[in-house]
Design a protein around this ligand. Sequence first.
Ligand code: NIG
Ligand code: FE
Length: 412
Amino acid sequence: MPVLTDIATLATCPPEGGQGEIGLIENAALVWEGEEVAWVGSEVDVPEAYAAMPRESAEGRTVIPGLIDCHTHLAFGGWRAGEFEQKLLGTPYLEIARQGGGIASTVKATRAASETELHGRARGFLDEMLCLGVTTVECKSGYGLNMEDELKQLRVYRQLAEEGPQRVESTFLGAHVVPSEFKDDRAAYIRLLTDELIPQIAGEGLAHFCDVFVEDTAYSPDEARTILNVAATHGLGAKLHADQITDLGGGALAAELNAASADHLECISEESIAAMAKAGTVAVSLPLATLYLGQEPMPARRLIDAGVPVAVATDFNPGSAPSYDLHLALWLACTRQRMTPAEALKGATAYAAKAFLRNDIGSLQPVMKADFVVLDTTNINHWLYHFRPGTVVRTVIGGETVWAQSPSQLSS
Ligand code: NIG
Ligand code: FE
């Protein structure tokens, strides 16, 4: 039962409370037993029962819950660096999609890749995320768009979940776009989703959630309703890619369908903000995607002020967000969306867990999982203000150290 002491600042990030309430404790100690947190509080209050336990020193650093990336498209074939250049030269994202690029080109590359290849690449991405302090990753399918290739992506995620060390949460995104072979009969593809893929995936336990991309070039709100209602009858929770480029009332739809989250929301309306606040739907901000697409970001301040919990994630994918740097996404949430460092941190811990309904991770309190990160900084404000690489000193998942660097000198 190890005891970590000499923690300058510890953020418990309780699931309850407002966006900026991160439960700061100065001069803190943390005790864990096996996979779970046993005690957390001021170092002077460490209970007698733990006095004789082995002690480790955090050497005046900061401890936060393990970071949760609650929106990624982790497994895909190929890359799209050419489109990056096209976009920089002025071709809009949806125009590239209309020309057969975009998601469709990744579908082609993902179908061509073997399960072993997809797994190997995704394995490499997860390994690199450890040094960023990312301990849980939500992973979407959606680049297969047929039975065989959607199952292939989801089986990669299941294998990654079994291997660890990160916790992996899978989401079925068969309704990402309509694949080209169904372009003249989209109803037939939707029937394939509702009558075959959803029952198969739910039956195999390959996903807990079903996600739909609601957009002019993807699915209408009515189609999303049909798909997500069927998914619900098979026990899959709802999530939406909503109001990213066009306001189609996606936020309000997420609220109506009792979705766990609505993600993107760069173009969200006031009506949708009010509906999400009432329903308690989590808004997932994806500032890297916004930045790559050169858009105005989700109005996070307006959502927070209305009482909507805002999570922050990377959206890692080969098109709109080819980066899994969650630390950078948090910094962008501060600099471009005026979220405070505390608010951003809550968005990648407790509220990120809420975005896929997990109540055992994202906070450091008994008996949550002992997933935590030691940061080379003395406080949260300083961490996101003095933005620099290599701030994570140690990443712990379920009480096990899964990544550590040799401590450098405190520079904060
Ligand atoms: O979350 N919005 C739709 N889907 C992805 C983009 C995927 C892609 O461009 O390949 C997103 O941004
Ligand atoms: Fe996405």
